[in-house]
Design a protein around this ligand. Structure first.
Ligand SMILES: *Cc1c(COP(=O)(O)O)cnc(C)c1O
Length: 364
């Protein structure tokens, strides 16, 4: 029998979450963001659940190629645009739409020989200060693009720094609209957090929204709001089994560094999952975990191949009992990936993207 660790990907949950996203902005078209191999889930594995999206947004040209190979004939958008001039040839060949965020990308387009002009999304830096033209330089970039025979329609986009938090998006929304108000073209500004929290506002949802994390069943603004609050289903379950049980007495410690010491008799289970599987080592004693679908906690330090869990609420557990690190247990109980991420001082995004290559993956 192989080591019992397993990741299960749930395309039906992805489809459910996509429908949830659509309800948040019914009259907008939805980019399903599948960068980073669909946030670690596997583009091919979630594709069926995303068929009703209006387009796929991603970063790698190879990922664009994979989506075309799956038979997708609709829009595909490169969120960072091209990385070198010859990428434009693939854009022409596969009819990929691409972001334009800097002058070099306009230079490359101006020198590109193409039969069919390209659809581009001109990116504004409205305050994030990573990619894009500042509002002051945006219109001249638009004028340059608009004069190129290589360019077809020009759409407008920006990205929010604080859609999930207290600062909010109003200042960026205002900067975006002020600089684009009289320009003709489609608009796209909302990510998952903006969609869920502000999608009701017409000046936020606009023509397109970019739905990423919401599709995979993690709340973009956890812990302020949870997946239960937003009505999202986990798209990935990481599960394993107990491979040993230990009975501790008061004073006995567990694992590397003796980070946990029992203050009385305690039964613990050893689960076959460690940081080499993508379970974060920063999860200290108290991280939630499901054993046989019953919520309990980890004790002691995460090691490379094992974690130890408190079996007090599941006295019947033994070798072979199911352990759910995140996602949905066999009995239907859900442990949101966000709670494990929070215990590790990170976000659900990082955990799903960091699923380790040694973990077998099934679609279920
Ligand atoms: C990744 C990404 C998104 C999706 O963000 P989520 O928070 O996952 O919804 C949207 N827009 C851009 C430009 C991105 O890079």
């Amino acid at each position: 029998m192989p080591r019992p660790i397993l990741a299960s990907i749930h395309p039906t949950a992805v489809q459910y979450n996509l429908e949830r996203a659509r309800r948040a902005a019914p009259d907008a078209r939805i980019w399903a963001v599948v960068k980073a191999n669909a946030y670690g889930h596997g583009i091919e594995r979630v594709f069926e659940g995303l068929r009703s999206a209006d387009g796929f947004a991603l970063l790698d040209l190879a990922e664009g190629q994979r989506v075309r190979q799956l038979g997708w004939r609709g829009p595909i958008l490169l969120l960072e645009g091209v990385f070198e001039p010859r990428d434009l040839e693939l854009c022409s060949r596969l009819s990929l739409w691409h972001t334009v965020h800097c002058e070099q990308q306009i230079d490359w387009l101006a020198a590109h020989k193409t039969q069919a002009p390209h659809r581009v999304f001109l990116k504004m830096n409205s305050g994030m200060n990573r990619l894009g033209f500042t509002p002051e330089r945006y219109r001249s970039a638009w004028a340059r693009l608009n004069a190129l025979p290589q360019v077809d329609e020009i759409s407008f986009m920006t990205h929010f720094s604080d859609a999930d938090g207290a600062r909010g998006i109003a200042h960026q929304v205002q900067a975006f609209h002020r600089a684009t108000q009289d320009l003709p073209g489609e608009r796209c500004i909302a990510n998952s957090a903006a969609l869920l929290r502000h999608g009701g506002a017409a000046e936020v949802r606009l023509d397109w929204v970019r739905a990423g994390i919401v599709l995979y069943g993690s709340a973009p603004d956890h812990p302020e709001r949870t997946t239960a609050d937003w009505g999202l289903e986990p798209a990935m379950t990481l599960s394993s089994r107990l491979i040993a049980v230990q009975r501790l007495q008061a004073g006995d410690s567990v694992g590397y560094g003796s980070r946990f010491t029992a203050d009385g008799p305690l039964t613990i289970g050893v689960a076959a999952c460690g940081y080499a599987d993508g379970y974060p080592r920063h999860c200290d004693t108290g991280t939630p975990v499901l054993v046989d679908g019953v919520r309990t906690r980890t004790v002691g330090r995460v090691s490379m191949d094992m974690i130890t869990v408190d079996l007090t609420p599941v006295p019947h557990a033994g070798v072979g009992t199911e352990v759910t690190l995140w996602g949905r247990a066999g009995n239907g109980a859900v442990l949101p990936i966000d709670e494990v991420a929070q215990a590790a001082g990170t976000v659900g995004y990082e955990l799903m993207c960091a699923l380790a290559p040694r973990v077998p993956v099934v679609v279920a």
